[in-house]
Design a protein around this ligand. Structure first.
Ligand code: E4P
Length: 226
């Protein structure tokens, strides 16, 4: 399962793009509002950091069909071919998704809270659907089961639409989603860190370093091989 970084914070994007195997970056209007300033320059900087090949997901802000289609095309023109236009799962959104997908644009249908919405988005030609795991769990629904049901629907139908699971508040849910066979998940910097953190890993590494130094001092294996 691909992992995407769910933030517009430049420092976090630089860090995780350098050290972690991320497939790209997702944004939404709320995420961008947290950074403020010149939003276009900010998004251009994100594209510069991650390069032209990685996925950058940018959400439309227009709500009228014609304006949404026009905005989506402009987004891709400005931010490049590997830009996925996020479109909310509304009646207008489905129509715009169909139009744009038919023309070859890559659409991520977002704010998906049910398998029914995912089915419609897939039939409209979406590349990704983004089910909101934590937002489902916040209202006593089962986010993982919803993702699993969507994945089952996609497997049975043979659609090319993939899941980009979103809205995570803990790392365990990311693993549960991976086990459903979902193609991708987008997670915050905090949750990404939780995927790697383990105190026993830290003590193990400290133990290796201490034992090595006791036996061989400050020399490294690399220096001995020269
Ligand atoms: C993807 O970009 C989604 O918009 C995002 O994961 C939603 O997350 P939230 O529920 O934490 O706002």
């Amino acid at each position: 399962m691909k992992l995407v970084l769910d933030t517009a914070n430049l420092e976090d994007i630089r860090y995780f793009n350098t050290y972690y195997p991320i497939a790209g970056v997702t944004t939404n209007p709320t995420i961008l509002s947290r950074e403020g300033g010149d939003v276009v320059a900010h998004l251009k900087e994100i594209r510069k950091i991650i390069g032209d090949e990685k996925e950058l997901h940018i959400q439309v802000t227009e709500t009228d069909y014609d304006a949404m289609v026009k905005e989506a095309k402009t987004i891709v023109k400005v931010f490049g071919k590997n830009t996925f236009v996020k479109i909310p799962v509304t009646d207008v959104g489905l129509r715009a998704t169909k139009t744009l997908s038919d023309e070859g644009y890559k659409i991520t249908v977002t704010a998906v809270l049910s398998a029914g919405q995912a089915l419609l988005a897939s039939n409209a030609g979406a590349k990704y659907v983004a089910p909101y795991v934590s937002r489902l769990e916040n209202i006593c629904e089962n986010g993982i089961e919803t993702v699993a049901e969507i994945q089952q629907l996609f497997d049975v139908s043979g659609t090319e639409t993939e899941i980009l699971a979103a809205s995570f508040k803990n790392a365990r849910d990311v693993l549960e989603v991976a086990l459903t066979g979902a193609g991708a998940a987008t997670v915050s910097a905090e949750v990404m860190k939780k995927l790697i953190s383990h105190t026993t890993t830290d003590t193990s590494i400290a133990g290796f370093a201490a034992d090595w130094e006791k036996a061989f001092g400050k020399q490294t294996l690399g220096s001995m091989l020269k």
